[in-house]
Design a protein around this ligand. Sequence first.
Ligand code: C5P
Length: 224
Amino acid sequence: EFKQIVTVDGPSGSGKGSLCQLLAKELGWHLLDSGALYRIVGLAAQQQGVSFDDETALAQLAANLQVEFKPGAPGEPAAVLLEGKDISQQVRAETTGALASKVAVYNGVRDALLALQRSFAKAPGLVADGRDMGTVVFPHAPTKIYLTASAEERANRRYKQLKAAGQSVNLAALLEDIQARDDRDMNRAVAPLKPAVDAVVIDSSVMGINDVYNQVMIEINKSL
Ligand code: C5P
């Protein structure tokens, strides 16, 4: 069993993305951004006019993804290439997250992405970012983190990010979106978002990223 895996699960806006980028950089490990895979399936379905009700067609799409991650500069997210084309901007868009959580409810889609996700587990190690990394995809990972924060705090962070990026945003609408997405992710029948029984739960509402990072490194070092 491959021991160099840390899984980080949690709701959107909990700071998972930044934490995982930092961990991967400092450890020199691979990074799996599993949310990007669901986002790509959502985007591809929209582009190809595949119905979001058609599980079979969506699973087919997921099974045939020609996707590649190109590591970014230190501290930068990886670029996402779909059939060789850089679609990083579209993948990260707010609207794409909603498409992702619609295709993510299907077992067929999730199964189709399993082997691809597991193929990221290779030397020297893997930081896996998602919703079901510790519960479903890497159940034997020696270090499992569940990173959370209150919905209000997550909406606030997102608000500041978007504002800084020059976008016009509405805090109340953002909070509503976050709550709707939490509800879909936590209450779906297949692989719902929840901490693995052996996960360390960290609430980042009241902690800076450096404190979270330090706590996670302590956990990783215990199991290496
Ligand atoms: O993490 P990110 O915001 O990119 O994920 C987008 C959506 O993809 C989530 O809201 C969730 O519905 C889905 N997802 C999932 N399982 C994962 C990662 C993401 O169901 N491992």
